[in-house]
Every structure is written in structure tokens, then in C-alpha cells.
Design a protein around this ligand. Structure first.
Ligand SMILES: [Zn+2]
Length: 291
């Protein structure tokens, strides 16, 4: 069950419960205990709990101004790194410097679930929030990112592709459980990093359903967030993502889809050349209010 449906169902149950409490049962419909005649029969009225109200797509799009950063491999450059590899490689000292810049710049990293709740329901976030995300499942996410995040007290979300799990230089199942236990969020990133803007029809279960099930089996709880490999998506992709049970999905630089903004949350990849002031400037310039 998708969390949104679960929340909606929970809300319906709350309302049902409140309604039953408000209309007192009659003597014919339900016997009232009479063992303590002197005991007042007035029952306390439960405080109504308003169920979360999902925003309209336009409201969610308008809230989509929280910066989300996307990192990949966290290691030193190597001589044979391609130009592309250098765009997805962040030396550890650069990561630390960028995290320090966020802290010193008054930014507050939030959990992915907090951001999605904010987008969907309008729940408040701390001042100047930011979300940190790490794609693909490199082992450096536990050897470099986790200690750096914990030193700052920062949460983050990790999106490993499931094909690499438990292979050398990639995250293991134990690593995922360790990240989860440390308060980090785990989301899916397909099975083997296929572009989801052009996927053969018979591949959707492999790339969307099975990774969520695999991760849920490792972690022992549902996984309902995902990130698009290469940030690539198309309008035709989104019904597949929704029907696979994902609550929210993260892309890169495209505008959010006006009909499904929760499934097209924007991110930026901070190049290793960005110093602290440059990073902070981009958070403001790249995630302004939606037009
Ligand atoms: Zn990726």
C-alpha cells in the first residue's frame, strides 16, 4: 500500500472513530455497562485529529523550492577518470567543505520524508532547509559520506541501484541496514541504472517494483522513494512510478511536472569546483519559487 493511501485510510479511520464517539449509542443498539451506577456516564470527547490534507499539484509545485543536492562517488580523482566520471566524483575534502558551508551558511539538512511531507501536506520545515542525496550505491557512501554526515549531525537519503549490492566497492546489505539505523533514508534507483524515459514495457517490474521489494526485504520496512538514473524521466514514465508504489521520485534539472510534482522533485549535482559561497549561491538561484 502506498503511504499516501495509508495516510488517507488512516484519516478515514480517525474520522470514523470520532464520528462513533460523537454519536452516543442508543440502548437498543449497544448495551451500556451499568455495573457502576454512581459513575458518571459522560465519556471524554476525543480531541479530533485532522487528517493530513494533500495539496493540489499546483500547491505542491509552488512548495518545490527546497534545494536538493545530489552526490555520487566520493573519492579522489584518478588519472584515467573520464570527463563524465569527474562530474559524478566528489573528493572527500570537497564533500566535507561543502557540508561545512551548508552548516556555516545556516542551512538545515532535513530527512527525505520530511521534505516529501512538506511538499505533499505543507507540514513545516526548519528554516533554510536542504536535502542531501547520494545516488548509485558506492561503498564510499558508508566510508566517506556517513562519517562526514554524522560529524555534522546531518541526515541524508541514499539511492542505490540494486544490481550492485553486496559486490566489491559497492554498498552491502549490512551497509544499508547501518545507514538506515543511523537515521538515513534509503530509496530505490532501479535495478541496473536504465533510463526510465525510454524503457521497454516489459522492464518496468524489474526496474521499479523489484528494487523496492529488495530494499524493503533488506531493511525490514517499506521503501517508497526513488531517484531516476541520469535524472531521466518522461511524462509516460510517471504512471509506472506511481503504480509501482513510489510516493515521491527525484530527477535532476527539468522543471517539475505540473500534474505530478511529487514524482519529479528537482536536484542539482554540486561540481567539486564549487566552494562554499558558490554552493550557497546556487541553492538560492537554482531553487527559487516556481514560475
Ligand atoms: Zn545514478
Amino acid at each position: 500500500m502506498r503511504r499516501r493511501e495509508f495516510l488517507a485510510l488512516g484519516g478515514a479511520l480517525v474520522l470514523t472513530g470520532c464520528g462513533a464517539g460523537a454519536s452516543r449509542p442508543t440502548a437498543t443498539s449497544a448495551p451500556v455497562p451499568t455495573t457502576a451506577a454512581s459513575t458518571p456516564t459522560v465519556t471524554p470527547t476525543p480531541t479530533p485529529v485532522a487528517p493530513p490534507m494533500a495539496g493540489t499539484p499546483a500547491e505542491i509545485a509552488a512548495r518545490s523550492t527546497v534545494p536538493v543536492l545530489c552526490y555520487h562517488q566520493l573519492r579522489e580523482f584518478e588519472p584515467d577518470d573520464s570527463a563524465y566520471t569527474r562530474t559524478i566524483t566528489t573528493p572527500p575534502a570537497v564533500l566535507t567543505a561543502q557540508l561545512r558551508a551548508l552548516r556555516d551558511g545556516g542551512r538545515t539538512p532535513v530527512r527525505a520524508e520530511e521534505l516529501v511531507d512538506h511538499l505533499e501536506f505543507g507540514t513545516p520545515l526548519p528554516d533554510r532547509p536542504v536535502l542531501l542525496s547520494f545516488d548509485d550505491g558506492s561503498a564510499t557512501h558508508v566510508t566517506v559520506a556517513l562519517p562526514a554526515l554524522q560529524a555534522m549531525g546531518f541526515p541524508a537519503v541514499f539511492f542505490p541501484m540494486t544490481v550492485v549490492l553486496d559486490k566489491p566497492n559497492w554498498l552491502s546489505s549490512d551497509d544499508l541496514r547501518r545507514l538506515d539505523a543511523a537515521g538515513m533514508t534509503i530509496g530505490a534507483h532501479t535495478w541496473d541504472h536504465q533510463r526510465l524515459d525510454r524503457l521497454p514495457d516489459d522492464q518496468w517490474p524489474t526496474q521499479l517494483d523489484e528494487p523496492a521489494a529488495t530494499l524493503a526485504g533488506i531493511l525490514g520496512h517499506p521503501v517508497d522513494l526513488m531517484a531516476y538514473p541520469y535524472g531521466a524521466w518522461a511524462p509516460e514514465t510517471l504512471p509506472h512510478v506511481a503504480s509501482a508504489g513510489y510516493r515521491a521520485a527525484f530527477q535532476l534539472a527539468d522543471p517539475v511536472d505540473p500534474a505530478r510534482p511529487l514524482l519529479t522533485i528537482r536536484r542539482v549535482m554540486p561540481p567539486p569546483t564549487w566552494d562554499g559561497p558558490t554552493l550557497l549561491a546556487h541553492l538560492d538561484s537554482d531553487f527559487g519559487p516556481a514560475a
